[in-house]
Design a protein around this ligand. Structure first.
Ligand code: ADP
Ligand code: ZN
Length: 206
């Protein structure tokens, strides 16, 4: 199965993708995670991507497409893939159709006014990489799963979030029309409990 998760920043794509990829037995490929690991390893891609990510802007298509092309050529993708955060532009979608076209595209819908509090309250565990909302943490600094220390992503600051939402509406939302035209779009309400969203995603794929 070759699957794309589409939706605004903070829609819960990453959280849902972790569960759905395990369920379907396909690798979860998050371009945001790939960029963050490239940045911490100071690779050429990481050095190039960092200034865009810190500003809340999209990394140029040429850089992003090259990175995904390389990843999709790896052995584990023979089973398919679950792409989270790619494509984010029509140019990326056209490139993906040439590399390895998706079977279905799940659009996780959440209204803008809910996204801001989700993103400003988002915390990541430095140890197990789990994502949590601060309202769900008993202790604002400690991961409830592994006890590691949680941190806030540098691009989860209010000014940067506004730029990311703008980039989503301008560059990524047109993909809804693109995949509707190809008959591949499935819509799921993401403004709901995690388990409900998970069930709705699986139902949309049947
Ligand atoms: P979120 O979905 O919460 O915005 P991601 O972790 O998916 O976060 O992405 C973080 C940042 O990485 C984006 O704001 C952007 O700068 C960069 N990025 C990730 N995927 C892409 C992509 N497909 N094209 C361009 N830039 C990307
Ligand atoms: Zn943890």
């Amino acid at each position: 199965m070759k699957l794309i998760f589409l939706g605004p920043p903070g829609a819960g794509k990453g959280t849902q993708a972790a569960g759905v990829s395990a369920h379907l037995g396909v690798p979860h490929i998050s371009t945001g995670d790939m960029f963050r690991s490239a940045i911490s390893n100071q690779t050429p891609t990481g050095l190039e991507a960092k200034r865009y990510i810190d500003a809340g802007q999209l990394v140029p298509d040429s850089v992003t497409i090259a990175m995904v092309r390389e990843r999709l050529a790896m052995d584990d993708c023979k089973a398919g893939y679950l792409l989270d955060g790619f494509p984010r532009t029509v140019e990326q979608a056209i490139a993906l159709d040439e590399i390895s076209a998706p079977d279905a595209v799940v659009d996780i819908d959440v209204p803008d006014e809910r996204l801001l509090s989700r993103l400003t309250g988002r915390r990541i565990c430095g140890k197990c990489h789990g994502t949590f909302h601060i309202s769900k943490l008993a202790d604002a600094h400690t991961c409830p799963v592994c006890g590691g220390e949680v941190y806030q992503r540098s691009d989860d600051m209010p000014e940067t979030i506004a730029t990311r939402l703008k980039a989503y509406h301008e560059s990524t939302e047109p993909l809804i029309g693109y995949y509707t035209g190809l008959g591949k779009l499935r819509r799921v309400n993401g403004d709901n409990q995690l388990e409900e969203v998970f069930k709705a995603i699986l139902a949309s794929l049947e």
